[in-house]
Design a protein. Sequence first.
Length: 110
Amino acid sequence: MNSIGVVADRTGLPVETIRFYETSGLLTPQRDRSGHRRYAEADISELEVIQALRQAGMSLKDIRDHLHPSADEPHARRPLAEALMSILDERAASLARARALVNRWARDRA
């Protein structure tokens, strides 16, 4: 189990961001007897996924809805990962289209 400082060092995320993700319902670390957060490797892996999805432009709400659906929406990890990959593929395609348009626009202006 890792402290929040170790997790911040490993992920490159500020401690405040990790705490914000917790208060936003994205992450639920265990607590020790003193109440200090303790992060398992699974928590760190989830933080890395959250960070990657944020960098891909996904909102915190969408991430929370996909990673932690409501109790009446049971899910398995594989279908969830496939849904997230589909969203990322759509975003990649949109970015590729935007890149091509900007390149064409820049060439036309030259």
